[in-house]
Design a protein. Structure first.
Length: 223
């Protein structure tokens, strides 16, 4: 591995950004453990299938990466979260739905990192691209993490990310309707109140308890 590299859990979706984030870190010599939080049964398995295809493309024999994607392994970790996320549609907490969602994802990534011995978390977050990625929300999301979070796309222009995805060959795999907002609010909060988040999560058993319940259904899929 390159100097300064290590092992990280990467949160990967069926969208355009996260495969590019994974590719950039693979190019730096990192070993990547990909984790997909599936919104099933709220959605179909389309996002999981797109994620599998993107990871196979980056890590397979025809990988576009100079390293051949050999730091990616051959398994995608999948955790269903749809049932838990459906609890955040109560009126008092629905405006914060996307922040709660990302906080749950971070806790799951931390749990997997502890299990596999990873030292960092990787996300495809990009400042201001969606409501959960405003400066006012990123801090509240990161507060759930026990591990340093690396965001290799954080300050990049969306068009640049799209060009990178096309160069990698993941753009066509990742395009299609987004499913993460299937039960999200029309007017989500852009500046989270951490106390409010904690209070609302406590009503449902706390983010740690919710994450543990999801983590029990962890499965691995070869790509």
């Amino acid at each position: 591995m390159a100097e300064g590299s290590g092992c990280a859990v990467a949160l990967v979706s069926g969208g355009i950004d996260s495969p590019v984030a994974v590719a950039r870190m693979l190019a730096q010599g990192w070993e990547i453990i990909p984790l997909h939080a599936s919104l099933e049964p709220l959605t179909t398995d389309e996002a999981e299938l797109k994620t599998l295809a993107a990871m196979h493309h980056l890590g397979g024999a025809a990988s576009p990466l100079v390293s051949g994607g050999n730091g990616l392994g051959a398994e995608l970790y999948v955790i269903p979260v749809g049932e838990v996320l459906s609890r955040f549609i109560l009126p008092a907490m629905h405006r914060d739905y996307f922040v709660h969602m990302k906080r749950l994802f971070n806790r799951l990534a931390c749990m997997l990192a502890e299990q596999v011995g990873a030292t960092h978390i990787i996300t495809g977050e990009n400042i201001g691209q969606v409501s959960s990625q405003t400066l006012g929300n990123l801090g509240a999301v990161a507060a759930t993490s026990d591990y340093p979070i690396m965001r290799p796309l954080l300050a990049l222009d969306k068009l640049d990310i799209m060009h990178m995805a096309k160069a990698l060959g993941t753009y066509e795999i990742s395009t299609g309707p987004e499913q993460c907002d299937v039960i999200g609010p029309k007017h989500p909060t852009t500046v989270a109140d951490l106390d409010r988040l904690l209070e609302n999560e406590a009503v449902l058993g706390g983010i740690e308890g919710l994450a543990k319940g999801c983590f029990e259904n962890l499965r691995k899929v070869r790509f």
